[in-house]
Design a protein around this ligand. Sequence first.
Ligand code: KIV
Length: 278
Amino acid sequence: MSATAKKTAPLPDDIRARKGGVPLVSLTAYTTPMAELMDPHCDFVLVGDSVGMVLHGLSSTLGVTMEMMILHGQAVRRGLRRAMMVVDMPFGSYEQSPQQAFANAARLMAETGCAAVKLEGGVAMADTIAFLVARGVPVMAHVGLTPQSIYTLGGYKVQGRGAAADRLLADARAVAEAGAFAVVLEKLPAALADQVTQQVPIPTIGIGASAGCDGQILVVDDMLGLFTAFRPKFVKRYASLGHQAEAAIEEYAAEVRERSFPGPEHVFADTTPAGGAQ
Ligand code: KIV
């Protein structure tokens, strides 16, 4: 059965079983209406901590809180019927200890209804991933460019070039061995992403990685042209909704100023119309 013909949301094990098959489709979502639009087309939807930059105007993901992830997770949950929902663990909510990670992951699952959490880090997070998985929390890992570590990575650079490739491979293997059901590969050379995909037994989800990954993810506002503060090379814009929205707002402002909006069709008469419609 194709992913789009499925009537119930896949579980993390169904996603894991898609290794090497038809590529997994995913996008980020932060609101109910956007989740509704993507639900028929995506295998899973990520409530990414990119919400801080995309919707809240933060300059990085570091200021994102558990409360923000819960609020947006609940909104997205209400828009999904068929796609699985994953929620990002925000910076500072899981790094201190496996126990801290479990307490916050359990809260995300209980309060948002997500099927899994995503956290950033490879070898350094392997024990935490194993701890969570052993206690009923499915984990999607995220290696390569991990935006919560931009200050130790030195910015939003391509990761795993040259000698760093071995470390990246070790990170991907470590999260798979720890029990992650999938791993996001962000911003690494395409040949390395292919090598990781061949070497790890779980699906790789690429963003700025390679078409050879087991699936792809993009930030929805990037691919729709709604977030325009900057545009990474790996983003393909499938629409320019930001320009359309700006033109619509400009037209509205002009019409209000010249009193051509509201028109007669947008205002109410002092009589009840035939049929009682208002
Ligand atoms: O927060 C995010 O948007 C992500 C990406 C992998 C899309 O983590």
